[in-house]
Design a protein around this ligand. Structure first.
Ligand code: NDP
Length: 461
């Protein structure tokens, strides 16, 4: 049977464009790609990239405050213009979208800016009714924000919309305690918006190291975010220009905007998967094996739509490995172990790789090397903000199992720490590394004594 394409990719986000570019540009496959929105996907258009630029923008008041602490008596930020920022942001996203588009075109990928759905194991149908056949189909449709089913939920915003606001709200409620809620609480607060964050748990960032979670929760409060733990909104109602939110503890409060940051769900609905027999997991994610192959041999899936680790670099690696395996005769699996991540809060970010202290204790014996201190730069300026470095070490093998950094530029630091940890480095090898002085990161190679030697009770103890 002859096909229109060797590969048809559904979704032009991080995973999809990488797979298409490598399959076509490097291995000469005939590739078509359909994208219903803008090339670049969530990360580039409505996620990581615009978010990080907003983090930079929102940092100005902190920088000015710090500089006043260094003697710059007039240091001030002046007025933040959302209009100017938005215009620059739009231009930057347009530029990036063009970069992605020309990358695909140069690689010889045929682009279809329409929605595509699956018709059978080798056929997709585009929104205009045309059908394309392909030897392989790659689903890289990503995820979509999910919102709790409460009365008035349609009055709330989701992350896609926050970058498109005409003006900044005066008072905002963020709901959730994950990556997005913490980052946007930091951003909004830094941009001068009165910010309330309501999270149902007892410390933000569930799943991260507990000590780091407590420090992150404390930092939000110290920065002036009104952090309300142990509550969830029960209903939203319009009240003139504002939104009245009633929480599950009975309290009602008013906001100019409400932003749901309550997780994301795989975007599989309406994809025509029922025509193919591709198996789904309970939450609607596409089930794949370690080669990203679905239950249908000609159909593969990468990225958030598979709900493995929902981070851009993981989707890119999965897409690249798929192309290497299928079109480059270089079989490659992706390791989902020791994937580092960062939460971009201010002044201190949270960087994390490997096991948390809680996971390490669950696993067995662990030596904990941790230090909490005030970093030189902000301390001199008069800040009391504390930084944390933690290494978790297996006492039997001396292997470093995890690293957690809560501090300025922790995202940059954890990327570097992830290299030796991925290589299986031991604590002795960390210790043998000469320190760079004076830095905060030198603590990673100078912690000599464990702060805790945890020995897991044996069965029956
Ligand atoms: P997360 O999964 O990180 O957090 C979701 C939050 O919403 C959790 O605090 C969760 O609470 C809470 N929640 C879920 N359902 C409800 C509900 N019904 N009522 C009240 N609260 C609820 O998702 P995000 O939306 O923050 O981010 C989505 C994904 O995007 C992340 O998982 C991450 O993969 C990615 N991302 C990565 C970033 C980075 O790398 N820096 C930045 C932003 C996003 P609980 O913990 O109790 O379940």
């Amino acid at each position: 049977m002859t096909f229109d394409y060797d590969l048809f990719v559904i979704g032009g986000g991080s995973g999809g464009v990488r797979a298409a570019r490598i399959a076509s540009g490097e291995y000469g496959a005939r590739v078509g790609l359909a994208e219903e929105s803008r090339l670049g996907g969530t990360c580039v258009i409505r996620g990581c990239v615009p978010k990080k630029l907003m983090v930079f923008a929102s940092n100005a008041p902190l920088m000015a405050e710090e500089m006043r602490g260094y003697g710059w008596t007039q240091a001030d930020t002046g007025h933040f213009s959302w209009d100017i920022f938005r215009e620059k942001l739009d231009a930057e996203l347009n530029r990036l979208e063009q970069v992605y588009k020309s990358g695909q075109e140069k690689a010889g990928v045929d682009l279809y800016f329409q929605r595509a759905t699956l018709v059978d194991h080798h056929t997709v149908e585009l929104a205009d009714g045309t059908r394309k056949t392909a030897k392989y189909i790659l689903i890289a449709a990503g995820g979509r924000p999910s919102v709790p089913d409460i009365p008035g939920k349609e009055l709330g915003l989701i992350s896609d919309q926050i970058f498109l606001l005409d003006k900044l709200p005066r008072r905002i409620l963020l709901i959730g305690g994950g990556f997005i809620a913490c980052e946007f609480a930091t951003i909004m607060n830094g941009m001068g918006v009165e910010t309330v964050l309501a999270y149902r748990g007892d410390a933000v960032l569930r799943g991260f190291d507990r000590q780091a979670r407590d420090m992150a929760s404390q930092q939000l409060t110290d920065m002036g975010v009104d952090l309300r733990l142990g509550v969830s909104p029960a209903k939203l109602e319009k009240d003139g220009d504002r939104i009245a939110v009633t929480f599950d503890d009975g309290v009602t409060d008013h906001f100019d905007a409400v932003f749901f940051a309550t997780g994301r769900a795989p975007y599989t609905k309406g994809l025509g998967l029922e025509n193919t027999g591709v198996r789904l997991k309970g939450n609607g994610a596409i089930e794949v094996d370690e080669w990203s192959q679905t239950s249908v041999p000609s159909i593969f899936a990468v990225g958030d739509v598979t709900d493995r680790i929902n981070l851009t670099p993981v989707a890119i690696r999965e897409g690249h490995s798929f192309a290497d395996t299928i079109f480059g005769s270089k079989p490659r699996k992706v390791s989902h172990e020791n994937v580092a991540s960062a939460v971009y809060m201010r002044p201190h970010e949270l960087g994390s790789v490997g096991l948390t202290e809680e996971q390490a204790k669950e696993r067995g014996d662990v030596d904990v090397y941790a230090t909490v201190f005030r970093p030189m730069r902000s301390m001199f300026a008069g800040s009391d903000a504390r930084m944390m470095m933690k290494l978790l070490v297996d006492p039997d093998t001396d292997k470093v199992l995890g690293c957690h950094i809560f501090g300025p530029e922790a995202g940059e630091m954890i990327q570097l720490a992830a290299i030796p940890i991925t290589m299986g480095a031991t604590k002795a090898q960390f210790d043998a590394t000469m320190a760079v002085h004076p830095t905060a990161a030198e603590e990673l190679v100078t912690m000599r004594q464990p702060t805790l030697r945890y020995r897991k009770p044996k069965d029956g103890e």
